[in-house]
Unconditional design. Structure first.
Length: 284
């Protein structure tokens, strides 16, 4: 395997004509985001199965639309895909219970942080196509970034996994699972870094004399608007930064500090390295 990304996809998925059933194991925040995305992009509710011991009122209400909630898994047949969205620490208790749903054509997609493809295969104790994926929290508004790596999945199974994951945003495919620790550090944990930027920018504004409420609104709106500009622009981040910076101006004065020897670049490198190392440690 090489270490480069193999493909990316961002077009809206067509989920209207799924062959077989789709099972979601775990309907917490990320699982619910996927579930709502699948329904939004056309999955027939009658083909959906949700395994969740403590469903939210919103998830329970989906039974009225035909979604099956907590059926006997031993009775389920023709399951095209199973998406596992439980916390990693309960995986060993949960995964053996989904084995009766797995057939030769089933692809199991895991979004559990830190659980490797090898550990998934061992816990399931059955041979099947696997996909390990790392989404991030903007998936809740359909603007997530997910990175996925397959094991034993044929073209059709990978295409199905891709369409299911694209229900919450863009998907990047890699073929080297060792990259997932760095992926976790960049895109998985990355939203927290952006939220921290908004937090400390507001604090700095207040320290400069702005009323705290105004500083918070300015920081929040600036970070959100800049992110949307970055999303829509064809320019790279460096070019966008340069477009805001006039020689000898206020932005240049600030960037001289932020881009100095002990500035943002060094801190971000250290932060991503720390998160990468922690991800490796958690994965064992």
């Amino acid at each position: 395997m090489n270490s480069s990304a193999t493909a990316s996809s961002s077009e809206a998925p067509d989920l209207r004509h799924l062959s077989g059933h789709l099972a979601l194991v775990g309907a917490g925040k990320m699982g619910s985001a996927l579930l709502q995305g699948w329904l939004r992009f056309g999955v027939d509710p009658a083909k959906l199965v949700v395994i969740e011991p403590a469903p939210s009122p919103e998830t329970s209400a989906l039974r009225a639309r035909g979604v099956r909630l907590n059926p006997d898994t031993a009775t389920l047949r023709d399951v095209a895909a199973i998406v596992v969205a439980v916390k990693p620490q309960v995986a060993d208790d949960v995964l053996p219970g989904i084995a009766p749903m797995i057939s030769a054509s089933t692809v199991v997609v895991s979004i559990m942080a830190g659980r490797t493809l090898r550990s998934l295969s061992g816990t399931l104790q059955t041979s099947c196509a696997l996909v390990r994926a790392m989404p991030n929290t903007p998936a809740a508004i359909g603007r997530g970034v997910t990175v996925a790596v397959p094991l034993g999945a044929d073209r059709a199974q990978r295409d199905l996994a891709d369409r299911l994951l694209r229900a919450t945003g863009t998907v990047e495919w890699i073929d080297d699972e060792a990259l997932m620790d760095a992926v976790t550090a960049v895109s998985g944990s990355g939203p927290a870094y952006v939220f921290l930027l908004a937090e400390v920018l507001a604090q700095a504004g207040a320290a400069a004399g702005l009323p705290p409420e105004l500083a918070t609104r300015l920081a929040r709106g600036t970070v959100a608007g800049s992110g949307e500009l970055l999303h829509q622009s064809t320019l790279d981040p460096a070019a966008l930064r340069e477009n805001v910076t006039s020689p000898g101006g206020t932005t240049a004065a600030a960037l001289e500090v932020l881009m100095g020897r002990n500035g943002v670049a060094r801190l971000m490198n250290e932060a991503v390295r720390a998160a990468t190392e922690r991800s490796r440690a958690l994965a064992g």
